[in-house]
Each structure stands twice: as C-alpha cells, then as structure tokens.
Design a protein around this ligand. Structure first.
Ligand SMILES: [Zn+2]
Length: 382
C-alpha cells in the first residue's frame, strides 16, 4: 500500500489532518488513481510540515459544510418569521440541540461548520441590523458556553487545530447583507470582521440596496460594488448563492478575489433559478472558488419523491464533467430547508460518505466532503 501511504501523507500535509476517508473504497484501490502525480510533491511538503499533530489525535473522516441555518433556528424564536411560524421550535446549544446540526451527534467525523446568520428581506418588528446582531451575539455566547465542543475559526490553522482537538471548527457567515442600506452602513463590515464573519452573501431572494436576489432580474448597485470592495479588503469571501443571474454576472465583473456559492446545485440537472448555470459554475471554477452541494429536496430534483444518493451524485458528476474536481464541496442547508429523513440529521453524514464513496474515486470523495473547502479557507485566511 505504498501508494496509499503517499496519498495519505499528501492529504495530511495539505490538510493538517489525516482525513483520508473511510476504508470502504480503499480496499479496491479506487482511491489510488491519480496519486502518481502527487508523489513528487509529497516528499517536499511532508518534510516541510514535520510538526503536524499526531495521527492518533486526528479524525478518520472529515466534513466541511458551507451552509446551515442552525443559529437562526436556535435563537430567533422571538423574531419574525420564526415567531409566527407553525414549524417545530428547536432549542439548545450548538453543542447539543434537537435541530439537525448538533455537535453531540456528529460522531467521529471531524467537522468544519459554517453557521449562517440569515436575515429575512422583511423584518417587521426589528431592524435588519438588530436581527443580525442578535444572531452574532448568540454565536459569540455559544463559542464561550460550548468551548469544549466548538472552536471559532479566524486564523490559518484554526480549522486543523479544532479538528485535532475533537472540536467543531465553527465559521460565522452572513446570508443576506440587507442591513447595509446606505453608504454609512458600510461600517458594519468592520463589525462583521470583529464578529469573525468569514463569508457574506449579498442578498436573499428579493432586492436590497446592494443587489437583486434570485426572485428578481435586478443587478448589482453601485453600493453593492463598494460593498464587494470593502469585503475583499477585509478578506471576507463573497457568497453568490441567492443572487439573480444579473447580479451574479455583475459580481463576476466586480470581484477581484475568488468567490463562492455556498449552497446551490446544477441548473442543468435541476432547473430552478437558485441553482447555477454551467457558465456560472465555470466562472467560479476559473476564479478558484467553491460550490456547495445543497441537500434541499427541490434543489436536487423536480420529481414528487424523496431523492436517493444517485440524484445527488448527478449534480456532482455534472460538475466533475465541467472540470470541477477542485470546486465541489457541500453546503447542506440543514436547519433551513426540507430534505429526506435519511439525510436530514448531521448524524447521517458518515452514512452519506459511505454511499457516495461507492460511486466516486476516494480522493474526489474526500475533496467533495472536506479538502476543497478546507484548502480554500486556509488560502483565504493566510
Ligand atoms: Zn439560503
């Protein structure tokens, strides 16, 4: 298994963790394809990184989720639209709760989780800013209260350190920057930075002062362009999920740094406006960005049935055909959207890994589950 060792060393050196995936598909050698080209790199990289954490401290399997709505689900009960929703109310901490993403049910999976603060387009009782700040305060408190289980990510190496310590690497993100209503509100970018926000989406589905969301044909405003410059200056990542097509292409023109789509699928496979066209996917690929596979049922297929793993794979395989091996990631949308029971809870992630690893090369499965997103954030934070 010399090849296996080489690949493992490479993965560990690149990730700082021995996140080599489960062994289910290692036995038939699938995962070794393509390792030859990496061997030259291995020697140098491993020697340079001689002080990696001990292998026995590291998780066998790692997962990086670019999007979940767990923060809002747990802390916005008093705020609309949650207050008058008839949906089940979820309670608890980020470490232990009865929503879909709970550190207590992640098993042995090394887990990096983006926790979004979603702010609705219409906030009838509080300002957009107050809504956001309530979520940010909850997240701040959770990092203190659940310090044994969750560690915030701000610096390069924080993700690896959290996983090596058996903690969730927690990343704060903003979904809908509607609290930026005029130029003076750009001071909020500093507040986001202080709060540890690493990713900002410009809109939800409607139009705000920055850009048009997916239910509109509006493009990026001049304030939106200024906002992108401010985010990039602070090394925050622009999230293009939820943008209208017009705004997407305006962002593509305005952005100087790589941008990502945290939770969108392939429109060629499931034709809804929230999914990305092939040209949009290629634009993200050419920038060195990421696209997170959304588990929400109506993003996966348009049929009146629960989906199976093959339906998810249709999106991934389509993206791989577009040269997306280094682009694909997950953005589960857990705690924010409807999905089949077999996949809804975070405890199902290991099972999903096994199902997907039966179909895809082991190395690509690992890139999809963890490595691509990990490497992107490490590059971005550096
Ligand atoms: Zn969303």
């Amino acid at each position: 298994m010399g090849m296996e060792f080489s690949r493992r060393a490479f993965v560990r050196a690149a990730a700082g963790v021995a996140a080599v995936g489960l062994c289910a598909c290692g036995a038939n050698g699938e995962g070794d394809q393509g390792a030859v080209g990496e061997q030259n790199v291995n020697v140098v990289v491993v020697e340079e990184k001689d002080v990696e954490p001990a292998t026995e401290d590291l998780p066998k399997l790692a997962f990086f989720d670019l999007h979940a709505d767990t923060v809002d689900t747990l802390c916005m009960h008093e705020y609309e639209p949650y207050a008058s929703s008839s949906d089940e109310k979820f309670d608890g901490t980020l470490a232990e709760n009865n929503a879909a993403v709970s550190a207590s049910r992640m098993g042995d999976v090394g887990w990096a989780q983006c926790y979004a603060i979603w702010t609705p387009d219409d906030c009838p009782t509080v300002s957009h800013r107050e809504f956001y700040e309530h979520g940010a305060e909850f997240f701040r408190q959770q990092l203190k209260e659940c310090a044994d289980a969750i560690a915030g990510v701000r610096e390069p190496g924080d993700i690896d350190e959290a996983l090596a310590a058996g903690k969730v690497a927690a990343i704060l993100t903003v979904e809908n920057s509607c609290m930026i209503e005029e130029k003076k509100d750009l001071e909020l970018v500093d507040e986001f930075e202080e709060d540890g926000v690493l990713v900002c989406g410009l809109t939800w589905n409607g139009t705000n002062a920055l850009a048009g969301g997916v239910s509109t044909n509006d493009g990026l405003s001049s304030l939106g362009k200024t906002y992108i410059r401010a985010l990039e200056k602070s090394k925050m990542i622009v999230d293009v999920s939820h943008l209208s097509d017009e705004s997407f292409w305006d962002v593509e023109k305005a952005a100087k740094r790589p941008y990502i789509a945290t939770h969108s699928n392939a429109r060629a496979v499931c034709n809804i406006p929230r999914n990305l066209t092939d040209d949009q996917f290629k634009a993200i690929r050419d920038r060195g960005g990421l696209v997170g596979l959304n588990l929400c049922t109506w993003f996966v297929h348009s049929e009146d049935r629960d989906y199976e793993v093959e339906d998810l794979l249709a999106h991934v395989e389509h993206w791989l055909d577009l040269g997306g091996e280094d682009v694909v990631a997950f953005g589960t949308d857990r705690d924010g959207s409807g999905m089949p029971d077999w996949i809804r809870d975070c405890s199902r992630q290991e099972k999903l890994y096994k199902k997907i690893a039966k179909h895809l090369d082991e190395e690509i499965t690992h890139k999809l589950f963890y490595q691509n997103a990990h490497d992107f954030f490490e590059r971005d934070l550096a």
